[in-house]
Write a protein that binds this ligand. Structure first.
Ligand SMILES: Cc1cc2nc3c(=O)[nH]c(=O)nc-3n(C[C@H](O)[C@H](O)[C@H](O)COP(=O)(O)OP(=O)(O)OC[C@H]3O[C@@H](n4cnc5c(N)ncnc54)[C@H](O)[C@@H]3O)c2cc1C
Length: 434
């Protein structure tokens, strides 16, 4: 019986979503896919991020077979402390990890490369032609230090982060940026930069909440402190830039003077944005490129990882078909639009609903006081935190890598549990027919 040639997949952006997608697809489809992973930056690259993987994100890393490697690189985190002027309260979380993004993304890319993914740093890609007919190739223009070239693909994953500039030529992906959206900034403070009072306790994320923004601090494994903030742009301008704005929020919530003079920061575009569709014409948006809300609850990486796992599963089903008729393209896009709406957009809306609470210092103060004096309120807050990090694929035990990554998944031992799969779980891969 004849077999289709390998599915040609181009992934644009090697952040957590693009790298995890590439790794997962290589694990599931082996030599039935030909994956090129393009990255704009020199590699490894720094990334503005709170660097806190919640419990659901760590479960996804376990599913990918890289959980142990991440635990080795990261520090355990199991509490978050909310700080407002003159008061604070801690909420218990399910265990997660704090892990520098440059390290984690580089590790994921290395694992994907080991399975045959072709990784090209310093190579920004743009979709220039996405025909509706699935028999015609999608064209991706790549700019490299050696000159421009065009790659042909059967399917493209745009995982190039906020704004998804790589699909700007596709009007169906036009996005809406929310009015009043904040922007992100962040960087790493070397151990010893912060005074003892300002330094977050080990294992606890410190969220300093001000009227015009918030600042998250967490200790990394080497004792340095990762700082990430979401700030109101107009207020930041009035404070002569983000470093002063961050110092002002930290001063108001922890009392002491904080010297951030030696602090090098990076910024992001405006954060809260949404799109009507996340898949069309064999182009799938995965991770922040598909839409994002402010990072207060620290879920962006879980959204990116869960989306990468699910979309890779859909694409691998197409790659493993012995005969791909034209319906695979529409079926894949429809399934991805549907799953993303059900499982990611719905959680993003839930996060969005918490936002007004955190933009009003008066309400934040009332919440903190209530948590400190009324144990049931503290339980409710913990319950909300735990609900936000509930698993994406409950009952799924099918995640043992189809192609070895050199590390066995903790779930490898759960043999034959696919019968327990629920509506949310990933589909069984079809077998390659030769
Ligand atoms: C201030 C702040 C704090 C946060 N804190 C947390 C937190 O604590 N926990 C959490 O889970 N999430 C957090 N997030 C969210 C998290 O950082 C994102 O959700 C996550 O990084 C999304 O991953 P991604 O792979 O979609 O995008 P990115 O990580 O942004 O990766 C996109 C990649 O694409 C590359 N790229 C861009 N354009 C192109 C192109 N044309 N061609 C090739 N490559 C390209 C970029 O260089 C980048 O490497 C935070 C975000 C911010 C802004």
């Amino acid at each position: 019986m004849s077999v289709e040639r390998p599915l040609r997949v181009v992934v644009i952006g090697a952040g957590i979503a693009g790298a995890a997608f590439s790794l997962r697809l290589a694990q599931r489809a082996g030599d039935r896919v030909d994956i090129v992973l393009l990255e704009r930056s020199t590699w490894p690259r720094a990334k503005v991020c709170g660097c806190c993987l919640n419990h659901a994100a760590v479960e996804c890393l376990d599913e990918l077979g890289v959980g142990e490697a991440c635990r080795d690189l990261g520090a355990r985190v199991d509490a978050v402390r909310l700080l407002a002027p003159r008061r604070s309260a801690a909420i218990q979380k399910r265990p997660g990890l704090a892990l520098l993004r440059a390290d984690m993304d580089a590790m994921l890319v290395e694992r994907a490369r080991a399975l045959g993914v072709r990784f090209e740093p310093q190579s920004p890609g743009v979709v220039t032609h996405a025909p509706a007919d699935p028999r015609a190739p999608i064209e991706v223009r790549v700019r490299t230090p050696g000159g421009d070239r065009t790659i042909e693909a059967d399917l493209v994953v745009a995982s190039d982060g906020l704004g998804a500039a790589s699909v700007a030529s596709m009007p169906e992906f036009a996005e809406t940026i929310q009015r009043g959206a904040r922007f992100g900034v962040g960087g790493v403070l070397p151990a010893g930069t912060l005074s003892d009072t300002a330094r977050p306790a080990p294992g606890t994320i410190h969220m300093h909440v001000g009227r015009h923004g918030y600042v998250g601090l967490v200790r990394l494994r080497d004792g340095s402190v990762n700082l990430a903030a979401a700030l109101d742009p107009a207020w930041t301008r009035r404070h002569a830039g983000p470093v002063n704005a961050i110092a002002e929020i930290l001063r108001s919530t922890s009392g002491g003077d904080i010297d951030l003079n030696a602090f090098t920061i990076r910024g992001t575009p405006l954060l809260t944005r949404s799109r009507p569709l996340v898949a069309s014409r064999r182009v799938l948006l995965v991770g922040d490129s598909a839409g994002y809300v402010e990072p207060f609850t620290g879920e962006g990486m879980a959204w990116g990882l869960a989306g990468a796992l699910r979309s890779a599963e859909l694409v691998s089903a197409a790659a493993l078909m012995s005969h791909r008729d034209e319906s695979w393209a529409d079926a894949t896009c429809t399934a991805w639009n549907h799953w993303h709406r059900e499982h990611i957009t719905s959680r993003q809306r839930a996060c969005g609903r918490l936002k007004p609470l955190l933009r009003s210092p008066a309400i934040t103060r009332v919440c903190i006081d209530a948590m400190n004096t009324l144990p049931p309120v503290r339980s409710i807050a913990s319950g909300i935190a735990q609900r936000l990090e509930r698993p994406y694929f409950p009952g799924s035990a099918l995640m043992a890598p189809a192609v070895s990554t050199g590390e066995s998944s903790p779930r490898d031992s759960v043999a034959g549990a696919s019968a327990k799969r629920t509506r949310n779980s990933l589909p069984v891969n079809r077998q390659v027919t030769t």
